[in-house]
Design a protein around this ligand. Sequence first.
Ligand code: FAD
Length: 433
Amino acid sequence: SDEHFDAIVVGAGPSGNAAAYTMAKEGLKVLQLERGEYPGSKNVQGAILYASALEQIIPDFREDAPLERHVIEQRMWTMDDASHVGMHYRSNDFNEEKPNRYTIIRAQFDKWFSRKVRDAGATLLCETTVTELLRDSSGKVIGVRTDRNAGKVFADVVILAEGVNGLVGQRSGLRSEVAPDTVALAVKEMHFLPREVIESRFNLKGDEGVVIEAMGTITKGMTGTGFLYTNEESISVGIGCIVSDFAENETTPYGLLEAFKNHPSIKPLLAGSECKEYASHLIPEGGYNAIPRLVGDGWIVVGDAGQFVNAVHREGSNLAMTTGRIAGETVVWLNRRRDEMTKANLTEYTRRLEQTFVMKDMKKYRKIPDFLHGNKHVFTLYPKLFTNAAQSWFRVDGVDKRSKEKQIMSSFRKSRSILGLLGDAFKLARAWR
Ligand code: FAD
């Protein structure tokens, strides 16, 4: 058909749903295209949902969204092969009326979000892959071609919410292929356990949840992290590393996950569980410097397709929802003013983004990817030094405390000169600013 829409959204993940919802709610005629069998069928996430980003779109989402547990405890672990040193933060303040973070299961969550998008008036076509962008003679994007009966659909603007490896944008030359050193490959499993077991194992009641982020020798010297999140009746466990690191090492993602699950600190948490799901997915981790062009004549990029992930804080879906919402709001604003969806006018989207945590955080951590890339010992040497120091400190063995202190200090100095230690601290501080 040659139907014309105010906007076409490619993809029904959190960024596409946020954009489609925002526009449909304001009465725009919106078509959303998703290649999966249903929204969420192709999507993978840990998954922690950050309430604040969703609240700005659907303030009362807690009433019917499929939420698993609200997070009351965060554990950050530095691991060597036998041990971990942990920083745990648990607070009853997180048992608030409107909790701040939840664990979710993306397949269910995306379906729910998509129902809201359709209730707001958008048209969704699943099992429909966008194959290319259509342009007029001036090069302005005027619609898309899909694999459905070679169908063409037209719109004033196309919002590309096609995820990290979005081929439409790549094939159309809007951005280059994702470089292997700017993207992580993560694998994840869902382990089922009765809820009482999860609650007693993690010291939880009701819908309280615990999340663990882990780094150290678990990634065998590669840049990456592991995680373990409690859901209502399951545990999500996964690990991911930068793709170019996998290419240089013999280790497979699945091998890493097996070893992580069998780590003495993790294994008892999963004991007796039944693994029912396995998934793998890419995560854009190139940071600010890897953000491609975000707008052009007739098009806008949102979410993972724009590399919007804060890897240090393990945030992605909230950046996806926020960029999607702001893109949607920009289109609504231009539509009301009867302004054309030109590159110059759509640049309002990037101007608005600059004012939000999204661009501020991306900028703040812009040097982190290079720092981690050039300082692999952060993932091997330091975890070992910290865990050894902890062991020496806590083991009571007749050695006097001053000698223990000396031992610990000399173990640091032996493996990394004072200059090396200071240099690392300095480089990290500079990258962190
Ligand atoms: P996606 O969710 O990838 O959605 C893109 C959609 O577009 C898909 O549904 C896809 O099928 C569709 N699509 C693609 N191409 C086409 C096409 N040509 N035609 C039609 N449809 C198309 N973030 C967090 O906030 N918290 C976490 O705990 C967290 N953990 C993570 C753990 C893992 C293992 C991974 C992989 C990611 C994690 N993230 C997390 C990141 C988060 O998942 C992403 O940032 C988020 O999903 C990005 O949303 P999106 O809508 O941009 O892309």
